[in-house]
Write a protein that binds this ligand. Structure first.
Ligand SMILES: [Fe+2]
Ligand SMILES: [Fe+2]
Length: 382
């Protein structure tokens, strides 16, 4: 297929996403998401590529005053230093992982989107185990790609944030995210032996964060939205997997991610107090639209294309995925984290509330926001 023909086909398929990306009617928000959506969804820049170069437009701020004037961030930095772990030696990589072992299933059968259909009942036990292996490989591959995005976002934020205490904390997050890339890549290549490319919707969001020049938007996107998604998703898989090494790995990663969300809330609470009304509106709309993308669009299309495109149409796959136990669990755990934090940083105003209400998301608003949660709470509070 020519590049143009592929682009036209992808444009047609991206209709619902583009409609959602313009749901707020805020032109500035739409403009900031259009470039990334064009590169991610229509041109599919990362597909089949060994690497992608994204332009980064932010400024690196040097702080020659070296003022240590933010004690909460300083405390978080101390906690981060004393909580470092070594991915190579602190996890038990000697555990052998057999994806076809029914005693230690990677994920439960009913989390597979087609497990409720007649087609599923025609599969042998072995084929069903293989399906669960492939689906988990797709999910963990997206975690890996998201972690690479988080690694670079942490680097960028460390450069762009103006406060020294935030830069020092940011340096610890860079190390954390590097370790997360290491563990997910190690698990996928050494244990599952399968790796999928980045999902186009995830690519679009990562592109939007990398190329936006404003540090608070990077913070909002990465530390509140993506980290919220990650905490929800990691928690879900930690709870449902029967495979001990994956459980160990996710427990360790969740402990780090809890600090990252806390960092985002502390920094943005301070930063957003100084916004003009227009800047405030733009951030509210942006967060709402990214919520929509996160809620509806991580539907394992790459997995579908490899395994199920011959049996189900795209509309049917979308319905099965949205209604699946997997997505239901994701949505719940993700918004349980994201919504209280949006409220805490002031982005759940009277103006935007009805839109979240329409999606049924305000039920989560009185959940405890990240700063009051310890990592132990996050591990226990499922
Ligand atoms: Fe991470
Ligand atoms: Fe993180």
């Amino acid at each position: 297929m020519t590049t143009l023909a592929r682009a036209v086909l992808n444009l047609g398929r991206s209709g619902p996403v583009l409609r959602e990306a313009s749901a707020s009617g805020n032109l500035k928000v739409l403009a900031s998401l259009l470039g990334p959506a064009y590169r991610g969804l229509i041109m599919q820049e990362a597909r089949g590529a060994q690497s992608t170069a994204m332009p980064a437009g932010h400024r690196a701020i040097f702080d020659w005053s070296y003022l240590r004037d933010r004690p909460q961030l300083a405390r978080l930095y101390e906690a981060a230093k004393s909580s470092q772990w070594n991915a190579a030696t602190d996890l038990d990589w000697s555990i052998s992982v057999d994806p076809l072992d029914p005693e230690h299933p990677l994920i439960p059968e009913d989390f597979h989107p087609i497990s409720t259909t007649a087609t599923w009942r025609t599969l042998s036990d072995r084929e069903r185990m293989k399906q669960r292996h492939a689906l988990l490989s797709w999910v963990l591959s997206q975690f890996l790609h998201g972690e690479q995005g988080a690694l670079f976002a942490a680097c960028q934020v460390t450069e762009a944030v103006p406060w020294l205490d935030a830069k020092l904390y940011g340096s610890s997050q860079v190390m954390d995210e590097g370790r997360h890339v290491e563990v997910f890549h190690g698990y996928l290549t050494r244990k599952l032996e399968k790796l999928y490319e980045i999902n186009d919707n995830l690519y679009t969001i990562v592109d939007a964060l990398m190329t936006d020049s404003r540090w608070d938007m990077k913070f909002l996107g990465m530390q509140i939205m993506i980290e919220g998604l990650a905490l929800g998703a990691f928690g879900t898989f930690r709870e449902i997997t029967g495979e001990p090494l994956l459980r160990q790995l996710l427990t360790a990663v969740i402990t780090d991610e809890a600090r990252h969300v806390h960092f985002g809330v502390l920094a943005l609470q301070e930063c957003f107090r100084g916004l003009t009304e227009r800047e405030q509106r733009e951030r509210e709309d942006w967060a709402f639209e990214v919520s929509l993308l996160l809620r509806n669009r991580f539907l394992a299309w790459e997995f579908y294309e490899e395994h199920w495109a011959h049996a189900f149409g795209r509309v049917e796959w979308e319905r099965l995925s949205v209604e699946s136990k997997l997505m239901g669990s994701f949505r719940q755990t993700m918004f349980k984290r994201i919504i209280p934090n949006l409220k805490r940083i002031g982005l759940l105003s009277e103006r935007i509330r009805p839109r979240y209400d329409e999606l049924g998301l305000l039920v989560y608003e009185d959940g405890r926001p990240a700063p009051e949660l310890t990592a132990a709470d996050l591990l226990a509070d499922r």
